[in-house]
Design a protein around this ligand. Structure first.
Ligand code: FBP
Length: 549
């Protein structure tokens, strides 16, 4: 492995952890818990793992003397900075339990468990990946674990390796699967525990007990650096409007956090668009108005941040997508038989409701074709493939042409599209993510040592210095509700969307009129790994504002 100088220096970084994880740990159990909604359904579906108490750790004077245990780890879904540190924290934690414990990595995501593709993770391997970005130590994948045949195969493979616990590092969908697996293994008295770890740059796996998912901090800092650079370019050349789409499949947390870090002219928040019932034309009209206002001040340049999932929050398009999801699942073979996109569009339009067919037929060809692309294994539209940034530039241009005719606008508009997603997902984790992830991994090892299953590793109090962080476990069933997926009601972890009465969004609202017209750009610069703590260890603005409320 060829290593950069930074990587060599970062290997030596010792993550900061909560004091409680530094010695022997005692498990403290709280009250019985309930799911966030649909308690009757969820308790019936998870008779063995429902209602378990929240766990917090306390220091113990007793020396731990636990038997060696073999554990399997899986990285699931999209990459997020810090995954390697979860694994190294887990590894070190298991060795602390007993030096003869072993860690196996199932390769290429959950599919590795089913297909028995694994490698033993030893210290000489782990040491090369400490504090590095990426999931390449064992790879990731999006195979959905939901069939009992997959669970049984996974169990067979665990038995072969004498694996007694699985750690699934994933987002809301993967942790939902982890919970179903935990319940199945508990119900069948297999003796295999399952622990989840909250991962996703999208930041939408959070609640009272999970203050943030890992990777959000680093990804937002990388995107904010890039946005800041573009802002400086825009403010130097003064000739382009940059339309920057930011990852975050559904929730707009990334766009909001980057907006707060960089203070661009326009930040679209999908959740607000939905609440206001805006159409695509309304969104375009708002952006065009910002262009017109700045132009009147002589500023024919600006920055617009667009959340990746925007189109799914525009009510008419949301309805269209929901119909397309069902329709494409049902007529999969018929659609794939058709050769041209034109034929596919006509076929699909003929099966839609009249309202959705009207919306579908009014969309530009490229955009409509992108909406028909394959869904991911969880049934989600692959929004990273939909070029909303280009669509909006075209529509704003057309809108401005009309405004020129009426004399409302007399400026120059040149749009530059950007999409930031993959640039941030494998960045070297910030100190925050390096510390948080390592602590999450160690926490998972303690939960395993305590014989727990169906829990998510939880590290809280994250705006305090790391030694004061609170570690423990939260029953995954507690985060669940029932939602319609592929036409059926399913138990799933409730996604945390941007709260419109929450402090981060309110902060944007307080400032956005000023930022829209005036040039108040902030240039955050690159993540710093060495230096003063206020520069290197600061958490996101989102988490700081949320904790203040
Ligand atoms: P997870 O929810 O699995 O963490 O993935 C999030 C994400 O990065 C989204 O922001 C993005 O829409 C999606 O993954 C892209 O997926 P892929 O890597 O399959 O292109």
């Amino acid at each position: 492995m060829i290593k950069s100088a930074l990587q060599i220096a970062r290997e030596k970084y010792v993550p900061k952890i909560p004091d409680v994880l530094k010695g022997s740990v005692k498990i403290v159990e709280g009250q019985k818990t309930e799911s966030v909604a649909d308690q009757a359904d969820i308790s019936k579906l998870f008779p063995n793992t429902y209602g378990m108490p929240v766990i917090t750790f306390e220091k113990s004077e007793e020396k731990e003397n636990l038997p060696a245990i073999n554990v399997g780890v899986i990285l699931s879904g999209g990459q997020a900075p810090g995954g390697h540190n979860v694994i190294s924290g887990l590894f070190d934690g298991l060795k602390k339990i007993n030096p003869d414990s072993k860690l196996y990595g199932f390769m290429g995501g959950p599919g590795g468990l089913v297909d028995n593709k694994y490698m033993e993770l030893t210290s000489d391997i782990i040491d090369h990946y400490r504090n590095t970005g990426g999931f390449d130590i064992i790879g990731s994948g999006r195979t959905k674990l939901e069939e009992t045949s997959q669970f049984d195969k996974g169990l067979e493979n665990c038995k072969k390796l004498n694996v007694k616990a699985l750690v699934i590092i994933g987002g809301d969908d993967s942790n939902t699967n982890a919970c179903v697996l935990a319940e199945y293994y508990a119900q069948n008295k297999t003796g295999v525990q399952v622990i989840g770890v909250p991962k996703t740059i999208d930041g939408d796996l959070k609640n009272k007990w999970i203050e943030t998912s890992f990777g959000f901090d680093t990804a937002c800092k990388v995107y904010s650096e890039l946005i800041g650079n573009i802002q400086r370019d825009a403010n130097s050349a003064k000739k382009y409007w940059h339309f920057i789409k930011l990852m975050g499949r559904s929730a707009s947390h990334i766009a909001l956090e980057c907006g707060l870090q960089t203070q661009p002219n326009v930040v679209i928040v999908s959740e607000e668009v939905e609440k206001k019932g805006q159409t695509l034309d309304d969104v375009v009209g708002d952006i065009a108005q910002a262009v017109v206002n700045r132009s009147a001040n002589g500023d024919d340049f600006g920055i617009v941040l667009i959340p990746e999932g925007l189109v799914e929050f525009i009510p008419a398009i949301k309805k269209l997508i929901a119909e397309l999801n069902d329709l494409l699942a049902h007529y999969d073979a018929d659609v794939n038989k058709l050769e041209s996109n034109k034929e596919k569009r006509e076929f699909v339009a003929s099966k839609l409701s009249p309202e959705s067919a009207t919306v579908f037929n009014s969309l530009p060809n490229t955009f409509a074709n992108q909406l028909m692309l394959d869904r991911d294994p969880h049934g989600n539209v692959q929004v990273s493939m939909i070029e909303t940034e280009k669509l909006l530039i075209d529509m704003v241009k057309t809108h401005l042409k009309e405004m020129k005719k009426t004399g409302e606008y007399n400026g120059k508009f040149k749009g530059q599209p950007h999409f930031f997603g993959y640039e941030g997902r494998c960045a070297a984790p910030s100190n925050f993510d390096a510390d948080y992830c390592y602590s999450l991994g160690q926490t998972a090892s303690v939960l395993i040592g305590a014989g727990k299953t169906g829990y998510m590793s939880s590290v809280r109090n994250l705006t305090a210095p790391a030694n004061q962080w609170i570690a423990g476990g939260v029953p995954i069933t507690m985060m669940m509700n029932m939602e319609k997926r592929h036409g059926h009601m399913k138990p799933v972890i409730q996604k945390a969307l941007v709260e419109l009465d929450g402090a981060p969004f309110r902060k944007l609202v307080e400032n956005r009129d000023d930022w829209a017209i005036n040039t108040k750009y902030v240039y955050p610069g690159p993540i710093q790994y060495f230096g003063p703590t206020e520069v290197c260890d600061a958490p996101t603005k989102t988490i700081v504002l949320e904790k203040l409320k």
